[in-house]
Design a protein around this ligand. Structure first.
Ligand code: B12
Ligand code: SF4
Length: 524
């Protein structure tokens, strides 16, 4: 009998995965080609299963199961991806398991070297290569000619390099949205938005020295940032509104605003078609906001925009130059003041700490910037500053390696133990006091902007508790940050424990019963 069923599984997504659960677009994209063929595809998203995820997966697996795919992000999601893979193998050791997704793209060899239950790893854009690989598995062929695949050939690891030189473009009509029967559990904790993520532009034209995008887009020939036609984008919006009840569109572009007319045209077209949905933008830069007029911002707000994620990164001009952010801290402050005049749009800032050569003085400038941003624009949100971790292929990775002998984690276990959002900040280039100060910034940043109050309504036990904690701790957080008091930081210890537990039990914190509204919250 030829087996025909392909099961795609989405694991838990770490701490932020407890409050942000967007539909697993990676799985929909990866299966866009096989669904055109005679395969029977099922999507199993463990994040939206109440309680134990195993029985449901077990019910799906049967004699017709050809293979199981798992999407993997770096950090704690790896642990869950391993648990899923072990469970599948315990049911039937002959079912091939394929990993794909952001972590799989970066470290295919480590995965296969260290994890017996994984049979194939796909790097990079996967819609075509996944179909080619599934065809090979079905017909019992080696995947010698499949782009970007690494696999175990008896005891030897074999690897085909990822040679794709163009962005992956998938027509929205080919995204197999129908594979997900019920979109109601997706969204953000305590909000009633039916969020659909999509691209309006592909790639990024900038060269920030900490970011993996410039390395990722290096092989792409031609322009590194291309827009999708505004009519096409709005057709896509219309499609998810009409067929799946979307009421909020979250643009997951690396950067949506290198050309302001691009977004302007989308908003005008949506208005012409009377598509009243909320909008969120994940990619905006300070040098772009500097170019936005008040009329432009009014138009964004009238078009339904309620959040814009902005890479502020640091309060130190020296660090901003090193990061190639094309802006100064004064410009960040000026942009924030401009945005304060448009309270419908939440300015949500990304920040970083612990960069090579960053001093405690630099970090204190970031602290000053954070306080100023909240003071000037009470409506803004600060994401907890990301602890810098050198990513392969980036300029700063080379510097960390050459000047400080930095070695990135080399085993799958090390990668899985990294709690991307909560690890103690430590690196060989830190000067005295950095670590403690950074941990203080990390924990207090959750409270100084009152974001818990702004983004939740307290309709679940979890958000009720979070709001009480916010009320009690916010004044202490502010005092700690203003005075730079980083001693006796027991709240950091507590935060780590809570974050860890939430990441473990996130399936129990579901959006389904939470029905209120607030701005969209996704860290980078
Ligand atoms: C939404 C999102 C989240 C959500 C979770 C996902 C969700 N659906 O709810 C939340 C908010 C929880 C989240 C959290 C974080 N995220 Co995030 N997130 C994203 C975002 C914006 C969109 C993901 C998406 O849908 N992409 C669109 C799909 C089509 O792309 P894709 O997933 O890569 O899928 C393609 C391939 O990877 C592959 N593929 C994917 N899955 C599979 C499975 C199989 C079997 C196969 C064969 C192929 C395959 O095929 C697809 C088509 O080519 C991306 C940025 C982006 N634009 O991708 C960042 C991104 C994935 N996140 C990233 C980061 C760094 C984080 C955070 C650390 C936050 C932060 N501080 O920056 C945390 C970490 C969480 C953790 N590890 O514990 C990085 C990746 C890091 C990494 N190496 O894993 C990204 C790429 C952003 C970036 N450039 O820095 N994130
Ligand atoms: S940080 Fe943003 S703007 Fe900078 S290179 Fe990366 S994706 Fe582009």
């Amino acid at each position: 009998m030829t087996r025909n069923q392909v099961i795609m599984v989405y694991p838990y997504q770490g701490f932020s995965g407890t409050y942000v659960k967007h539909a697993p677009l990676g799985l929909l994209y990866a299966t866009s080609e096989i669904t055109k063929e005679d395969y029977d595809v099922a999507i199993y998203d463990t994040r939206v299963i109440q309680g134990d995820w195993r029985p449901g997966l077990q019910r799906l697996i049967n004699d017709d199961t050809l293979c199981v795919g798992v999407s993997v992000m770096s950090g704690s999601p790896i642990k869950h991806a391993i648990a899923i893979s072990h469970f599948v193998k315990s049911l039937n050791p002959d079912i091939p398991i394929i990993w794909g997704g952001p972590h799989a793209s970066f470290y295919p060899e480590t995965i296969l070297r260290d994890e017996w239950s994984v049979d194939y790893v796909i790097s990079g854009y996967a819609s075509v290569s996944f179909k080619d690989l599934v065809d090979c598995i079905k017909t019992n062929r080696e995947p010698d000619s499949v782009n970007g695949v690494t696999w175990r050939d008896r005891d030897v690891l074999r690897s085909n390099p990822d040679r794709q030189e163009s962005f992956e473009y998938i027509d929205y009509r080919d995204i197999p949205y129908h594979l997900i029967e019920d979109y109601s559990p997706y969204g953000q904790l305590d909000q009633d938005k039916r969020i659909f993520s999509m691209y309006s532009a592909l790639g990024c034209p900038y060269q920030c020295t900490f970011c993996s995008s410039p390395a990722q887009y290096k092989p792409i020939s031609g322009k590194k940032w291309v827009t999708l036609d505004h009519n096409y984008v709005v057709d896509h919006v219309e499609h998810v509104v009409e067929n799946y009840g979307a009421n909020y569109i979250y643009f997951i572009d690396d950067d949506s605003f290198p050309k302001l007319q691009h977004v302007e045209k989308i908003i005008d077209t949506m208005k012409d078609r009377e598509l009243g949905v909320g909008l969120g933008f994940r990619g905006a830069r300070i040098n772009e906001i500097s170019r936005m007029s008040h009329d432009f911002l009014d138009k964004l707000a009238e078009g339904g925009t309620d959040i814009m994620h902005i890479g502020a990164e640091s309060g130190s001009d020296r660090i901003l130059r090193m990061l190639k952010k094309n802006c100064t801290s004064d410009e960040i402050i000026a942009c924030n003041r401009k945005l304060a005049k448009h309270p419908e749009i939440v300015a949500a800032y990304n920040l970083m700490m612990g960069l090579p050569t960053e001093t405690l003085e630099d970090l204190k400038k970031t602290r000053d910037l954070m306080l100023r941003l909240v003071d000037d624009n009470p409506n803004c949100i600060l994401f907890q500053p990301n602890k810098f971790r050198p990513l392969p292929g980036t300029e700063l990775y080379l510097q960390a390696q050459n000047e400080w002998g930095y070695e990135m984690p080399n085993t799958l276990e090390e990668w899985s133990n990294i709690e991307v959002e909560g690890d103690a900040i430590e690196n060989q280039w830190y000067e005295e006091g950095m670590e403690r100060f950074g941990n203080m910034l990390l924990v207090t940043s959750y409270f100084i902007d009152n974001k818990i109050q702004k983004t939740t309504k307290g309709t679940t036990l979890f958000t009720k508790l979070a709001r009480i904690a916010n009320r009690l701790y916010a004044p202490i957080a502010l005092l700690r940050m203003q005075r730079g008091i980083s001693s006796l930081l027991i709240e950091y210890w507590l935060y780590r424990r809570i974050a860890h537990l939430l990441a473990l039990f996130q399936s129990r914190i579901n959006n389904r019963e939470a029905k209120t509204s607030g701005p969209g919250l996704v860290a980078r």
